[in-house]
Design a protein around this ligand. Structure first.
Ligand SMILES: Nc1nc2c(ncn2[C@@H]2O[C@H](COP(=O)(O)OP(=O)(O)OP(=O)(O)O)[C@@H](O)[C@H]2O)c(=O)[nH]1
Ligand SMILES: [Mg+2]
Length: 321
């Protein structure tokens, strides 16, 4: 059984989450798998040009140059070694090379938030407009539906209207919220939030932050100060999650490198996957950052956030071809 068939076999019964992946990955599917399929129809036997076209597809899917070059080398070797000449067979080998080594490794990785104490405290960071506030609302919504009590802290005091945006979502999803004055000290908003939390029994606290990487020193100080307040008040920062907008492609990888220097990250949430054909960013992140993708945003609705699952992701890439 080829790699494509194996993945399809896993998903004979589609649940809602598989459907969200399938519909959110439509653009990536068109740009990646469907292009590969067309390619295999165009050529009757593989040759150097065929490999060049595959390389182009990987690069335009934003898999990253280094990763693409490594994969191409392995693919050419494999074709020679196993005397593969059929385009379809090469495409199948490509998928195996791209994903199968990860599939095993992925199964052991922690993805969802672990609620082994109360409250779990999460800090969310990322540059302007990547989807921090919306994703926080989606995360909160997810756990509120599971019966958890959630507090949101609007520590983005920098951008006008940020507090109102989070307040809007908190009302929609029934989360409590603490916010402060515009241009006030973000750490003191966090302090206020933690005081409130001492009188209530929250399962989860999520802190929204301002995304100004342009001023790295300020941001670093701000995030450090937030971390200190959390500890001083007797809590621990359980997770620091970085939001990356998938439509920014390789630029997102650079942002992650910059944030990694500022604070220890526990993982990445990749947003707006539905609005891009550059699905290969997942592979670039895995290869260059050594940080797990924990959740993936596949649309603008509150339930369009899924725990990242590589097998579902691959299924989304190859479905309906
Ligand atoms: N299509 C799509 N849109 C998304 C997704 N996640 C967020 N968005 C949209 O991205 C836009 C920006 O989202 P915000 O949550 O305001 O981003 P932010 O990082 O908080 O922005 P700042 O606070 O200005 O730094 C909004 O219009 C969201 O609806 C997603 O997974 N898919
Ligand atoms: Mg925001």
């Amino acid at each position: 059984m080829g790699f494509f068939d194996k993945i399809k076999e896993i998903f004979k019964k589609k649940d809602k989450s598989v459907e969200t992946y399938d519909s959110g990955l439509k653009e990536s599917r068109d740009a990646f798998t469907n292009r590969l399929k067309k390619l295999s129809k165009k050529y009757s036997k593989i040759n150097e040009e065929y490999f060049e076209e595959i390389e182009e597809i990987l690069i335009s899917a934003d898999c990253g140059v280094t990763f693409t070059m490594n994969i191409m080398e392995e693919l050419v070797d494999k074709a020679k070694r196993e005397k593969i000449t059929e385009p379809d067979e090469i495409n199948d080998s490509l998928f195996s090379l791209l994903f199968s080594s990860y599939l095993k490794e992925e199964e052991e990785l922690k993805k969802d938030i672990v609620f082994d104490h109360k409250p779990v405290v999460i800090l969310v960071c990322g540059v302007n407009g990547v989807g921090k506030t919306t994703t926080i609302a989606k995360l909160a919504h997810r756990y509120i539906l599971e019966g958890k009590k959630v507090l949101l802290i609007a520590a983005d005091t920098f951008r006008a209207g940020a507090k109102e945006q989070l307040t809007y979502w908190s009302e929609k999803i029934n989360a409590d919220i603490v916010s402060g004055k515009e241009n006030g000290d973000p750490a003191s908003v966090v302090f206020d939030g933690l005081q409130k939390s001492k009188t209530r029994d929250y399962d989860l606290i999520i802190i929204d932050t301002a995304g100004r990487l342009q001023n790295k020193v300020n941001l670093m100080n701000e995030l450090k100060k937030i971390g200190k307040v959390v500890e001083k008040e007797g809590y621990q920062l359980d997770e620091s999650l970085l939001i990356i907008d998938a439509t920014t492609g390789q630029n997102g990888v650079l942002q992650a490198k910059a944030f990694k220097e500022i604070l220890p990250l526990s993982g990445i949430i990749l947003t707006k996957m539905d609005g891009t054909s550059k699905g290969g960013i997942i592979l670039a992140i895995k290869n260059e950052l050594n940080l797990p993708v924990r959740f993936i945003g596949l649309g603008e609705k509150m339930d369009d956030l899924e725990v990242f699952d590589l097998a579902k992701y691959i299924h989304g890439l190859i479905e309906n071809e």
